[in-house]
Design a protein around this ligand. Structure first.
Ligand code: DQA
Length: 155
C-alpha cells in the first residue's frame, strides 16, 4: 500500500474563492481538496490535504511527511519567497516534491520571482490555477509508479 501524498498549503490560501479571484481563480480550497482526492483515486492513491497560516506548522507537517507520505505537493504561498526554514525541511524530505502556484509568479511583482521552495523541489507547476494541483498528482503518480517498477525489477 503506497503512503498518501501530502498536499500542503500556506498562508491565506484558506481564503481562495474570495481572495483576488482575478489572480487566483474562483475555486475554493475545499474545491481543490476534492479535485486532488478525486484525481489521486484514479491511481489508487490517497491525499492528506492541509492549510496553515503559520510557517512552523508547515515545517512540522513536512517533517511528519518523512515517515507518513510517499510524496509532497506544496503551495507555500508567501512563504515561498521568504522561508529558508521550509526549504531546509524540504531538503530533509528525500521523496518527490512538486511546488504548485495558482498564479504565475514570474509575471507578477519582482519579489515573487525568487522561490526558496523551488530549491527543494523536484518540479514546479505555475499559472494554471487549480488545474496545477491535478497535474501535480498526475506527475507524482507517474514517478511513484516508476519507482515501484524499479523496485520490482531489482527484487
Ligand atoms: C501563490 C503565489 C504567491 O506569490 C502568493 O504569495 C500566494 C499564492 C499562488 O498560488 O499563486 O499567496 O503561491
Amino acid at each position: 500500500m503506497t503512503l498518501p501524498i501530502y498536499v500542503l498549503n500556506g498562508p491565506s490560501l484558506n481564503l481562495l474563492g474570495t481572495r483576488e479571484p482575478e489572480i487566483y481563480g474562483h475555486a475554493t480550497l475545499a474545491d481543490i481538496e476534492r479535485l486532488c482526492a478525486t484525481r489521486a483515486k484514479v491511481y489508487g492513491l490517497e491525499t492528506v490535504f492541509r492549510q496553515s497560516n503559520i510557517e512552523g506548522v508547515l515545517v512540522d507537517w513536512i517533517q511528519e511527511a518523512r515517515e507518513k507520505a510517499s510524496a509532497l505537493i506544496i503551495n507555500g504561498a508567501a512563504y515561498t519567497h521568504t522561508s529558508i526554514a521550509i526549504l531546509d525541511a524540504l531538503r530533509a524530505f528525500d521523496k518527490p516534491v512538486i511546488e504548485v502556484h495558482l498564479s504565475n509568479p514570474f509575471r507578477r511583482e519582482p519579489f515573487r520571482r525568487h522561490s526558496y521552495v523551488s530549491l527543494g523541489s523536484t518540479g514546479v507547476i505555475v499559472g494554471l490555477k487549480e488545474h496545477g494541483y491535478v497535474l501535480a498528482i498526475d506527475a507524482l503518480a507517474n514517478m511513484l509508479e516508476s519507482t515501484s517498477n524499479d523496485r520490482r525489477r531489482t527484487n
